[in-house]
Design a protein around this ligand. Structure first.
Ligand code: FE2
Ligand code: FE2
Length: 332
């Protein structure tokens, strides 16, 4: 009998019946504004002498070493950071968010009302378009760096790949992807607004980020509904595991080390006088996790207000929510 009970609870963990629908507390997004990818000016390319991302969105600009970098070094670092951000969008949209939603749409254990189905299908369609837009953006801006559609900066290890496979195969059991979606989509809106404000940023980058933002705004209510229907209805243990994974993911934003360093290594190869800064870049990147302005920009109630407000409701999230930053040791 104990074996049968364990089997039943394991089955319930992996295969719960779920009902997806919007209601008064998790309302359907108000109408959608959408963009046509063909209307974006990829053919004009990006200016080689302009910034491609606002400085405030680049990790190194928060560090003392940045004051010593000359304009040429800063510009190359800035432009490569913009490419890395575009790759991050492609990665999250193609490999984290859409696969999980597509599994929900196909699952026999998930009942979906007509409104929710429309929103979920639209979500997948729009994310596919966003991914295409960001590939076209990096290809237009830096054709020599992207002869093929392969990630240059967004590398994932075996553990991340296993986690993504779990989210795709069992999105109702491995639910961290819903928090990742909510946090990331809120942050996306903020990032896009930054691009819109900074007139010194290249026009093509600003246009693509703006177009992305108008559709992302409608994704947040869908994430909110999925949290209520999928995340909230799982066991306490399931929530705890999902929060642990989400915490790890957040560390990529609150304590980025790997990607900024890889980018600076590329700069150091191209501009030999910047090589001498490599040790300082490496050691100062470790301080970002306690750098208050950086944390406010990327990991705070200011950068992702709904995510942080909702997290406060879960006792399981308090342990990492009230740290100055999440776990150490992660790379991004
Ligand atoms: Fe998107
Ligand atoms: Fe989205």
């Amino acid at each position: 009998m104990p074996f049968a009970r364990s089997l039943a609870s394991a089955r319930a963990f992996w295969r719960r019946d779920i009902w997806l629908s919007f209601d008064n507390t998790t309302p359907r997004p108000a109408r959608r504004v959408s963009f046509d990818i063909a209307s974006l000016p990829f053919a004009q390319g990006a200016s080689p002498v302009a910034k491609w991302i606002p400085e405030a969105l680049t990790p190194l600009s928060y560090l003392p070493v940045y004051a010593e970098l000359d304009e040429e070094i800063r510009l190359m670092y800035n432009q490569r950071t913009a490419l890395a951000l575009a790759e991050k969008y492609v990665f999250l949209e193609d490999h984290v968010l859409s696969p999980a939603i597509q599994t929900l749409l196909r699952s026999p254990h998930v009942r979906i009302d007509a409104d929710a189905r429309v929103e979920m299908e639209l979500f997948c369609e729009e994310e596919k378009k966003h991914s295409e837009a960001f590939w076209r953006l990096v290809e237009a801006a830096a054709p020599a760096l992207y002869p093929k559609r392969e990630f240059r900066y967004m590398k994932t290890g075996a553990a991340t790949q296993a986690l993504l496979a779990a989210c795709e195969a069992a999105p109702c059991a491995s639910t961290s992807w819903i928090w990742i979606a909510l946090f990331f989509e809120e942050l996306t809106i903020r990032i896009s607004k930054h691009h819109a404000r900074e007139k010194s940023v290249d026009a093509l980058f600003r246009e693509v980020h703006y177009a992305h933002m108008v559709e992302e705004a409608a994704h947040v209510p869908l994430d909110r509904m999925l949290l209520a229907r999928v995340f909230d209805t799982q066991s306490a243990l399931g929530r705890k595991v999902s929060f642990a994974i989400f915490e790890k993911f957040l560390s990529h934003f609150s304590s980025p080390r790997h990607t900024p360093f890889v980018i600076f290594e590329e700069v150091a190869k191209a501009i030999p006088r910047s090589r001498k800064f490599l040790p300082r870049v490496r050691s100062e990147l470790l301080t970002l996790r306690t750098n208050a302005p950086f944390q406010a920009e990327f990991y705070s109630a200011q950068s992702a207000p709904l995510t942080f407000k909702l997290l406060e409701r879960y006792a399981e999230a308090h342990s990492f929510l009230h740290r100055s930053s999440p776990s150490e040791g992660a790379a991004s």
